[in-house]
Design a protein around this ligand. Structure first.
Ligand code: NDP
Ligand code: MG
Length: 402
């Protein structure tokens, strides 16, 4: 096999660590070209040392110095080339020396690099759902124009991709033939059955303790509010060219069925597996071959039963807001995502109550300019994102006073 040269953007995060785990299981198949990190320089240096990465990308000069210092402790020789700054991320994503890019930075901060990989015609392993939520039309058009392969890593979208007719990994321009509906499953998070009147007291630690999945803090909070599922509905809309009315969400607390595709003849295909992101990551890395992900067999006899229920929008108002944003259009989706990023950060820093996350997002959606058509210029997307962040910050100040 000709090895793939992989760049892992967001290498020190939950998805990044799982990606490196799968990559290092197959030294004949993969070489690590580049790794990026934002704050965890000790971890980055250790990853660079074990993987032999040619390049690392860090945010600024201070991080560069910390990386160099860490390298003297864990590495040998001169070490990787160090590139500095946000532009270096997009540059590395488009590097001719790599053919595969794992987009695993969290939040809209990962958008320029993910887009650069799509424009450069790479195999893009897309974990960074916020990039598609904010810039779906731009991103899908870039992938279609360049012929990039787009492999969804989000477990639901990876499941749907596996259950759709095999038409290749090029960007979809129309819904797959014969498909009636896509059903995204959701665990319902840690608060699916908690008494509604106690939701305001939820702490960051409680919100980050997901019953089935181990993930970064931001997506863990999103899973608790189910805004994550809302982002995923918007993500599915773009990835599979599906209109809102042919997308649906079903709560499935065991997280064994990762999502389903319903066909015109009544057949429903589902993908099942353990809640371990190495399975979708390995699928994307090895596609179209199946490779070992280090994940053991699924023991259905032990799991015993699979339950399903409709989501309750009174318990999960963020999910309703996301449906509203999808129907309103791209500017509303940008505002939804940006407001959520600001609100979740404030919640994690104990500056905002859990139940006020939805309130802030709702306020921003009301105040932001959310009309208009397709947004096909990155600068326009980034300007709307910045505007929504400013509105969200203002709402936070008002809530702190009130
Ligand atoms: P983590 O918070 O664990 O990791 C985020 C990564 O991005 C880290 O490497 C971090 O660096 C880096 N990073 C953070 N902020 C910036 C920034 N401003 N600029 C550049 N790099 C930055 O997140 P996850 O791995 O959980 O999630 C990553 C993405 O994948 C998200 O979009 C999430 O929605 C998606 N996803 C995650 C799943 C999961 O199971 N975790 C499942 C499905 C999707 P450092 O740590 O060094 O600061
Ligand atoms: Mg998911």
């Amino acid at each position: 096999v000709i090895p793939r040269h992989v760049a892992i953007l967001g290498a020190t995060g939950s998805i990044g660590v799982s990606t490196l785990d799968v990559v290092l299981r197959h030294p004949e198949r993969f070489r690590v070209h580049a790794l990026s990190a934002h704050s965890r320089m000790d971890e980055l240096a250790a990853q660079a040392a074990v993987s032999g990465a040619a390049v690392v990308v860090v945010p600024d000069a201070a991080a560069h110095a910390r990386f160099r210092d860490a390298w003297t402790r864990v590495g040998q020789g001169a070490g990787p080339q160090v590139r500095v700054g946000a532009d270096a991320l997009a540059e590395t994503a488009a590097d001719p020396d790599c053919d595969t890019v794992m987009a695993a930075i969290v939040g809209a901060a990962g958008l320029p690099a993910a887009l650069a990989a799509a424009r450069a015609g790479k195999r893009v392993l897309l974990a960074n759902k916020e990039a598609l939520v904010a810039a779906g039309s731009l991103f899908m058009q870039a992938a279609a124009d360049s012929g990039a392969e787009l492999l969804p890593i989000d477990s639901e979208h990876n499941a749907i991709f596996q259950c759709l007719p095999a038409v290749g990994a090029q960007a979809a321009r129309a819904p797959a033939r014969g498909v009636r509906r896509l059903v995204l499953t959701a665990s319902g998070g840690p608060f699916r059955t908690r008494a509604l009147e106690t939701l305001a007291e939820i702490t960051p630690e409680q919100a980050c303790a997901h019953p089935n999945w181990s993930m970064g803090r931001k997506i863990s909070v999103d899973s608790a509010t189910m805004l994550n599922k809302g982002l995923e509905v918007i993500e599915a809309h773009w990835l599979f060219a599906m209109p809102a009315e042919r997308l649906s969400v079903l709560i499935h607390p065991q997280s064994v069925v990762h999502s389903m595709v319903e066909y015109d003849d009544g057949s429903v295909l589902a993908q099942l597996g353990q809640p371990d992101m190495r399975t979708p990551i390995a699928y994307g890395l090895g596609y179209p071959q199946r490779i070992d992900a280090g994940v053991g067999p699924l023991d259905l006899a032990r799991i015993g039963r699979l339950d399903f229920e409709e989501p309750d929008l009174a318990r999960f108002p963020c999910l309703g807001l996301a449906w509203d944003a999808l129907r309103a259009g791209q500017a509303a989706c940008i505002a939804l995502n940006a407001a959520n990023e600001v609100a979740v950060e404030a919640f994690l820093q104990e500056r905002l109550r859990y139940t006020d996350i939805a309130a802030v997002i709702g306020d921003v959606l009301d105040a932001a300019q959310t009309g208009g058509g397709r947004l096909d210029v990155l600068a326009d997307v980034l300007a709307l994102d910045a505007h929504a962040r400013a509105l969200a910050a203002e709402r936070l100040r008002m809530r702190a006073r009130g």
